[in-house]
Write a protein that binds this ligand. Structure first.
Ligand SMILES: Cc1ncc(COP(=O)(O)O)c(C=O)c1O
Length: 470
């Protein structure tokens, strides 16, 4: 279990570095100065060993189906290796030179068939795939319209995109989407005349909010505003691959919109417990990526083990072995909502804004629930809640700016097939215990009083300082 001293290490108080660097090269000083802007706000990133300790409960990793946790991915992966004993480890070059092989081609055919599309193209990661799509697909006269909360990788790609205009719409807001579409149509004559396209970029389930894109409504609006068919959708299924749709085909499949979505991007680093991603699409899109996506052209092809792991993941999905895990996540999240609602603290904590769970609203009326659940509280309380839960043996992390907009930090709770009802009981009781503590502090008007977990972590920081640990 994580102790207060470890938490103090994971959440250090940041001291500014640049002011003490008088004698160093301007090169390093400038870098530290930029880092200091993050340090000043306590929002620096660190690469640490903060994987869940074996005795803590995992409400944090993106191993949604538990394929890593249970080791279920290992055997089919080893079977792939055993079935190809002469495999070459390295690809030997770009796909366009020596890096292609029948095994990778076959993997892509399998992926395309599974998702019910004409073709698929593998990438090293979802990030690269999104950048590639945004850079290569929109033509100079085209427009990109995107949900304001799409992933950083889409923004990265958009920055270099040739699209004529790039406009966001308010998150999951169908009315605002219609306004933006209409505005683009009216202001861009080539688009209005149907000579250029509009590419609409979304996530199926948003990675930090866990809410679902209203795909049917958005598609309906796009068809109304652009009856010529020049508005096409690109949906990032990073958080829904393996978790939604029949056998894990994704959200687009779950809601029966495969024929309406031109580009789907499936990643394999989360539910499928491997790495990499595939773009599933019709051949003009695939050929465009092969010819114009520089990250695809000028990069060494995926190695055999990477493709083998992906095929192992698909084998599990295709043989129905992951479907019970998907179903289990649904049961567990609903159990969580029921348990939280039944807790006597919940209502007051929610009313007072101490604990809010936006995607819990009307959950009983929804056809399905999602596995990413943000816990919202007052901004300065997010770390306190995280520390309280960590000290109670619950592994979870806060998500802060720049991963989410300023003022929108939250604790992201992720549910997995390997969680169980007892884990959820602990999560709810520890969360509500903390909420009660905060309610008491606020009610007593003790504004500067810290909750117990925060006091422990701060004491841990002090003891590290006196021991000379940074
Ligand atoms: C919505 C979304 N898209 C794309 C990515 C990038 O995928 P990958 O981890 O395969 O690079 C992520 C990863 O966090 C994501 O959350």
């Amino acid at each position: 279990m994580v102790g207060a001293t470890t938490l103090a290490e994971w959440f250090p108080e940041n001291k500014l570095k640049a002011p003490g660097m008088g004698g160093r090269s301007v090169f390093y000083r400038n870098l530290e100065e930029r880092l200091d802007t993050r340090r000043a706000e306590n929002i620096t990133f660190h690469v640490r060993h903060n994987e869940p300790s074996p005795d803590s409960i995992d409400f944090s990793t993106l191993d949604f189906l538990g394929l890593t946790h249970s080791g279920m991915i290992r055997q089919p992966f080893l079977d792939e290796l055993a079935a190809h004993p002469d495999f070459k480890l390295g690809a030997g070059g770009s796909r366009l030179l020596n890096g292609n092989n029948p095994y990778t081609d076959e993997a892509e055919r399998e992926i395309a068939a599974f998702h019910g599309t004409e073709t698929a193209l593998l990438f090293h990661s979802g990030f690269e795939a999104n950048v590639a799509i945004m850079l290569a697909v929109p033509r100079p006269g085209d427009a990109i319209i995107y949900d304001e909360l799409v992933h950083a990788s889409m923004h990265e790609g958009m920055q270099g995109s040739m699209a004529l205009c790039k406009r966001s719409f308010k998150h999951n807001d169908v009315d605002n989407f219609r306004e933006v579409l209409a505005d683009v149509r009216n202001s861009q004559s080539q688009i209005k005349q149907g000579n250029s396209s509009v590419i609409i970029a979304l996530e199926s389930t948003y990675s930090m909010d866990g809410d679902v894109a209203p795909l049917q409504e958005l598609v309906k609006v796009a068809e109304e505003v652009f009856p010529e068919g020049n508005a096409q959708f690109f949906v990032d299924e990073a958080h829904t691959t393996g978790v939604f749709g029949k056998q894990g085909r994704g959200l687009v499949h779950q809601v029966g919109m495969q024929d309406k979505i031109a580009i789907r991007m499936h990643t394999y680093g989360k539910a499928l417990a491997c790495t990499g991603a595939a773009v599933v699409c019709e051949s003009p899109v695939r050929d465009t990526l092969i010819n114009f996506a520089r990250g695809f052209i000028y990069s060494t092809a995926p190695s055999f083990p990477m493709v083998a792991a992906i095929r192992a993941g698909y084998k599990l999905m295709m043989t129905n072995q992951t479907q019970p895990l998907q179903d289990r996540i649904q049961q567990l999240v609903k159990y969580f909502f029921r348990t939280l609602e039944a807790n006597p603290i919940w209502e007051e904590a929610n009313d007072e804004g101490i604990l809010q769970v936006p995607n819990m609203q009307d959950w009983e009326d929804k056809a399905f629930v999602t596995h990413v659940i943000p816990f919202m509280t007052r901004q300065r309380y997010t770390a306190y809640l995280c520390w309280h839960l960590q000290l109670a043996g619950i592994n979870c992390f806060p998500i802060d700016y720049p991963a989410v907009p300023r003022g929108m930090n939250r604790l992201r709770i992720v549910f997995h097939a390997h969680n169980n009802e007892e884990d959820i009981d602990k999560l709810v009781s520890a969360t509500c215990e903390w909420a009660q503590e905060m309610l008491d502090i606020e009610e007593a008007g003790e504004k500067s009083k810290l909750p117990a977990a925060a006091r422990q972590v701060i004491a841990g920081r002090r003891s590290q300082k006196s021991d000379g640990v940074r």
